[in-house]
Write a protein that binds this ligand. Structure first.
Ligand SMILES: [Zn+2]
Length: 114
């Protein structure tokens, strides 16, 4: 899904390439059956693209204390519906949730090695 169009072209391309890579690895069947929650797909794209609207200078999501992954949209349809009203908060919260999920697995750098 395309993120809000306030980032530069390199950020947008990195964001979209993250989706392409993850979707290719999960496969068509996995994507059709919801193997990856929408919040993970979008949050990973925010982290990979180092979108500075949501991250600090060390590319860490800020203000994540109150974010819980189970409050974020799982399906693409729900994501699109909620992103239409609360895009900035939703992308930020998804980045926080992915960051927390990857924290004990070596962080984004470890994920990028696969
Ligand atoms: Zn996206």
């Amino acid at each position: 899904m395309v993120h809000p169009r306030t980032g530069g072209l390199p950020d947008i391309l990195l964001h979209e390439f993250s989706h392409v890579e993850l979707h290719a690895r999960v496969g068509l069947w996995g994507m059709l059956t919801g193997a990856i929650p929408a919040w993970f797909d979008e949050g990973l794209a925010v982290l990979v693209s180092q979108d500075q609207r949501y991250l600090d200078a060390e590319n860490e999501a800020l203000g994540c204390d109150e974010v819980r992954a189970d409050s974020l949209p799982v399906s693409s349809r729900d994501w699109r519906r909620q992103a239409g009203r609360h895009a900035q908060r939703l992308y930020h919260d998804a980045a926080c949730a992915v960051q927390a999920r990857l924290a004990d697995k070596g962080g984004l750098a470890a994920a990028m090695r696969f």
